[in-house]
Write a protein that binds this ligand. Sequence first.
Ligand SMILES: Nc1nc2c(ncn2[C@@H]2O[C@H](COP(=O)(O)OP(=O)(O)OP(=O)(O)O)[C@@H](O)[C@H]2O)c(=O)[nH]1
Ligand SMILES: [Mg+2]
Length: 418
Amino acid sequence: MEDLQKTVIEKAVLVGLSAGIFSREENATEQTLDELEALLETAGGQCVAKVLQNRPAPDPHSFIGEGKVEEVRELLESTGANLVIFDNDLSPSQQRALEKMTGVAVMDRSGLILDIFAQRAKTREGRLQVELAQYKYLLPRLTGMWTHLERQEGSIGTRGPGETQLETDRRLIRKRIQKLEDELREVRKIRGVQRERRIKNSIPVVAIVGYTNAGKSTLLNHLTGAGIPANNRLFDTLDTTTRQLAVSDTLDVLLSDTVGFIAKLPHHLVEAFKATLEELEYADLLLHVIDASDPERSDHIAVVDKLIAQLAKPGIPVIECYNKADLVSDDDIPRGNNRLAISARTGLHMDQLLALIEKNLDQGLHRGVFLLPYAMGGMVDVLHSQARVLNLEYTAEGIRVEAVCDGALFGKLKNYLA
Ligand SMILES: Nc1nc2c(ncn2[C@@H]2O[C@H](COP(=O)(O)OP(=O)(O)OP(=O)(O)O)[C@@H](O)[C@H]2O)c(=O)[nH]1
Ligand SMILES: [Mg+2]
């Protein structure tokens, strides 16, 4: 696939519709078209022209109106492009109508994002999730799809379920969806067991969330030396990586990197990626990483805040990390509680970030090494059930226990501090 990408650079015309009746989410603007271009480049394609159409409402048949479609067709001819990508979501019938009118393949933002995810997914779970989302996206688009268009395999929009599968009937695809859902349930069961173990060990979970390319993976790497790839491209990370981080003497946390958010994330994908995003649901604290140097940052913050509201525990504390502070001036960063300028690249204010994490998770815990007489052996069970035992040794002098416990238990054991 990588090789193919190098040789076949697909040229595409990008089209967006700005309509009075659209919500802010649905609407296309010059900025969302620029983002679509970045997505296209991420997928290995090249944008040759961008068209932004204004109408009070979409045309039910041609979406942007026949005159505009004609304009797009001419652009295709003059540039030699063979693909049109819409920034807005198209219904399956609109997509088909537009393919007929332009004579080339037409896809929408959801289709493009799905394609990128298909290129990126590496773990079994990631692949299952993407494949499931692709089938769900394709199912209503099955009839006649691609049949009138000759497209090279491996080009944008053709990855994942292959042509031959697409030609099989819907019943088979539904069956496949069923099977994928079963497999995913299995994978998730394992994840659930791992999570239970964590809850039992009562290590707080901190999830790093944020818009794609904000610097989430770089932050995890900086704090934990996780060594996961961090690249200047959209959706670099699809799999959750979790590492333990010693925040202070008494506080260890599990820090998780998550998949990046983007405006107009296809809802099939949100559904399919629930498992990955489940990290949010179980997190005790969120680090919302913001690319402070991005002119669209306030829109990005809004998108992420909305998804947090949907996916995380209500009332969960969020630390807003204005990242890439090395690229902007100090005045450009808003102040406030739980807000901080950082640079995951240079390490700026990492100590302050750790202090803020500790403050948010303050559980009044104490860490101590106790030397218990053997007559107090029963206390070992108490410690196991109510504290986090880090170390336990039976010595000639007594039972030596290193543990993190709450104030009440610590008070009881104070006299036995080694
Ligand atoms: N100048 C600067 N660049 C940064 C900083 N943090 C991250 N970057 C760069 O921003 C780009 C994206 O970083 P990633 O850590 O991959 O971003 P991400 O949020 O994990 O992105 P996705 O996984 O694609 O959602 C990379 O090129 C990083 O080197 C920073 O503090 N300063
Ligand atoms: Mg990442």
